[in-house]
Each structure stands twice: as structure tokens, then as C-alpha cells.
Design a protein around this ligand. Structure first.
Ligand code: AMP
Length: 286
């Protein structure tokens, strides 16, 4: 059975006791509305750490104005049931004022190329909200390792950069994207989709897989890969593409030919949902 903590103090106490037993601390930050993608992160943390902490916090600062902060799915009771059996020791579910006390004015922002492309320009302030909350949560939990999904590849790189730059004494571990049987990346936002939109959304992974197939067949031109993926998405009128880009997997610099590890990343609107997905194209794939 997982313990539930509402305050930073409770977390510090529980983590301190685990440290005293010489257990390493694994931490998985989430927005809640948990699905099997989150569970994969918990399992990895369980395999590598003696004590696993999961935070469930719909972080207001990472939702740009006019986006879905109010409507984001919240189901703490359901989430607590899902973490049972996943080997999670502590669920941290703080209030907004616990994380952002009144009078508090400190943000953490990774600037530069990683934050200026892909989702950066489309969601102003989003990554600053993510790095700010992660910095605060890392300081509260003080984990040895923190776990992030490959699905949010840009977020993963930005968090790694923050950890490096601020010398947080922890390791960032990435976990591959967990998908539905038809390929759609699991996401709490999939709950926004009608059944028709859900069916349409499958063009997103299909586009990524078509691009990978083309690379496997020997194509190296970024333009050709992008055109193939775009064609798959354009065939579905319920899906409106926001961006589809092929970039270096580490620096996120734009590339014109796929000669080294690359990421093909997209964002699209499907009905009320803005969905993102990406695929890593590593040299072993082609
Ligand atoms: P979220 O609650 O959506 O902020 O996600 C919390 C963590 O779970 C992030 O590190 C995400 O990248 C990761 N995550 C979300 N969806 C998936 C998925 N389908 N597969 C693997 N990891 C995921």
C-alpha cells in the first residue's frame, strides 16, 4: 500500500526514513490521470530504486493561458488505486499553495535552442513552468534518479539540461513511449477525444512509423521523410497538424539529412485535444 503525502514536510520525513535505511530514491513527477505510460515509469523506478515517490500535481504554471488547466482530468482516488500494485511507496499530492506559497517569485528557465523550437513557440511559458515545478519537486524529494517519458522528448532534453546546469545531484532516466494497440501514444489527454476523433488520431503514430519505414528502406533526405509523414496526417480531416519536424535527437538542431540519431516530433489538434508524439530514429533503425 502506498502512503499519501500532502506536504513537503511529510515527503521529507518519509524520504529521510528511506535514506536512513540506505535505500536509493526514485522519483516520477506526473500530472495524474494515470495510464500505462506512467506505470512503465513507476516500474522502471521500482527496478532501479529502493524507494519510489510519485507526485500527482496538475501544475498551473505549465499551462499557458487559455489552455486546459481547468479541464485537465483529475482523479486522485482512481490514481491512488492504480499506483497500488505498481510498487510505489509514496504518492505526493500537494496543493497549489504547497508548491507555490504566496509571496513566492522564483522561476527556473532553460533558455537557448532546446526551448526555442517545437513546442516552445507554440506554448509560451510551458517549459518554464515544467522546469520550475521540477526544480521545486527535486528539492523537496531529493531523489537519486528521476524518470521521464520519451514521448515528451523535448521536455526530457530540457530537464536534462536543467539538471546539468544547476548541478542537481540526480540522474535523469528516460523510458520509451507506451502505445495503445493501434499505436496511439498513451496520454491523459486522449480522454478528450470522441470515438470518431480517437479513430482519426491513429494517423499520428502511422505517420511516424511510415517515416521510420522510409528510413529503413534507405531514404536519408529529411524533406522526403517529412513529406511522407505529412501525407499520412493530411489524409485525415479531423486532425490538424501544428508542427512536424525532424531534428537532431540531442541538440534539436534542424537536419536536412538523417545521418545521426534524429527525432521526428509532431503536435496536432484532434477535436479539443492537442496531442504530441515523437519517434527516435537511431542508427540501428536504418
Ligand atoms: P504527464 O502526467 O503527462 O505530465 O506525464 C508524466 C510523465 O509520464 C512524463 O515524464 C511523460 O513523458 C511520461 N509519459 C506520459 N505518457 C507516456 C507514455 N505514453 N509512455 C511513456 N511515458 C509517458
Amino acid at each position: 500500500m502506498s502512503d499519501l503525502a500532502k506536504t513537503a514536510r511529510d515527503v521529507r520525513r518519509a524520504v529521510g526514513a528511506a535514506h536512513a535505511e540506505r535505500k536509493s530514491i526514485g522519483f516520477v513527477p506526473t500530472l495524474g490521470a494515470l495510464h500505462d505510460g506512467h506505470l512503465a515509469l513507476f516500474e522502471r523506478a521500482r527496478q532501479q530504486c529502493g524507494y519510489v515517490v510519485v507526485s500527482i500535481f496538475v501544475n498551473p504554471t505549465q499551462f499557458p493561458p487559455g489552455t486546459d488547466f481547468e479541464s485537465y482530468p483529475r482523479d486522485l482516488d482512481g490514481d491512488v488505486k492504480k499506483v497500488e500494485g505498481a510498487g510505489v511507496d509514496l504518492v505526493f499530492s500537494p496543493s497549489v499553495v504547497e508548491i507555490y506559497p504566496p509571496g513566492d517569485h522564483t522561476s527556473v528557465e532553460v533558455t537557448g535552442p532546446l526551448a526555442e523550437c517545437l513546442c516552445g513557440p507554440h506554448r509560451p511559458g510551458h517549459f518554464r513552468g515544467v522546469t520550475t515545478v521540477c526544480a521545486r519537486l527535486f528539492n523537496i524529494v531529493q531523489p537519486d534518479r528521476a524518470y521521464f517519458g520519451e514521448k515528451d522528448h523535448q521536455q526530457l532534453l530540457i530537464i536534462k539540461q536543467m539538471v546539468r546546469d544547476l548541478r542537481f545531484p540526480l540522474e535523469i532516466v528516460s523510458v520509451p513511449t507506451v502505445r495503445e494497440p493501434d499505436g496511439l501514444a498513451m496520454s491523459s489527454r486522449n480522454a478528450y477525444l470522441s470515438s470518431e476523433e480517437r479513430r482519426a488520431a491513429v494517423v499520428l503514430p502511422r505517420a511516424l512509423f511510415a517515416a521510420r519505414d522510409l528510413l529503413n528502406a534507405g531514404e536519408r533526405s529529411a524533406a522526403a521523410v517529412l513529406a511522407t509523414a505529412r501525407e499520412v496526417i493530411d489524409s485525415e480531416s479531423l486532425v490538424s497538424l501544428q508542427y512536424l519536424e525532424l531534428r537532431d535527437a540531442e541538440t534539436l538542431r534542424e537536419i536536412h539529412a538523417v545521418e545521426q540519431a534524429a527525432v521526428l516530433a509532431l503536435a496536432a489538434h484532434v477535436g479539443p485535444a492537442r496531442l504530441i508524439d515523437s519517434i527516435l530514429l537511431t542508427p540501428t533503425d536504418y
